[in-house]
Write a protein that binds this ligand. Structure first.
Ligand code: HEC
Length: 136
């Protein structure tokens, strides 16, 4: 009887954690990860989106008001999937999911979202639980 009650409590706790939604302002990547992402970005993305992510003739900016407005209130899974499946435009799908997660960590850092203890994950369920918001 006691055991059943304890199991019930444990289960409730797990469900509560799984259902929690975070935003990009809650420290959802690590600074080390953003550092790795920067290297991958420079190799595969900067030729079109430019070194400072400001975009140019070849591609839109990945930072600033327009970019943040486009993704505002959308799950991180959408930005991840968009990047993973269609970029780099010269070789769509050419990145490992881990590399895509690292690049997105770098994009968040450049957009002044704070880093945290853990890396941004690359699995879709976890990414669904993180929301892009343009401000806190
Ligand atoms: C050959 C040029 C080129 C390269 C290289 C490239 N992109 Fe793009 N990217 C584009 C163009 C053009 C668009 C806009 C048209 C489109 O959506 O396909 C775009 C759009 C995007 C978008 C959507 C922006 C928005 O707000 O709608 C993201 C995110 C993105 N790129 C990320 C990346 C990342 C990350 C890399 C490196 C892995 C990369 N791109 C490499 C040309 C490029």
């Amino acid at each position: 009887m006691k055991l059943v009650a304890a199991l019930g409590l444990a289960l409730t706790a797990v469900v509560a954690v799984a259902g929690q939604t975070k935003t990009v302002w809650d420290g959802v990547y690590s600074d080390a990860q953003a550092g790795r992402g920067k290297q991958v970005y420079i190799t595969h993305c900067a030729e079109c989106h430019n070194e400072g992510l400001q975009g140019g003739d070849l591609a839109p900016a990945l930072k600033g008001e327009d970019f943040l407005l486009r993704w505002n209130d959308k799950p991180m899974a959408e930005l991840f999937e968009r990047t993973q499946k269609t970029m780099p435009q010269s070789n769509p799908g050419g990145l490992m999911p881990q590399e895509t997660a690292d690049i997105i960590a770098y994009i968040l850092q450049v957009n002044r979202m704070p880093g945290g203890a853990a890396d941004l994950p690359s699995d879709m369920a976890a990414l669904e639980a993180i929301t892009m918001t343009r401000s806190r």
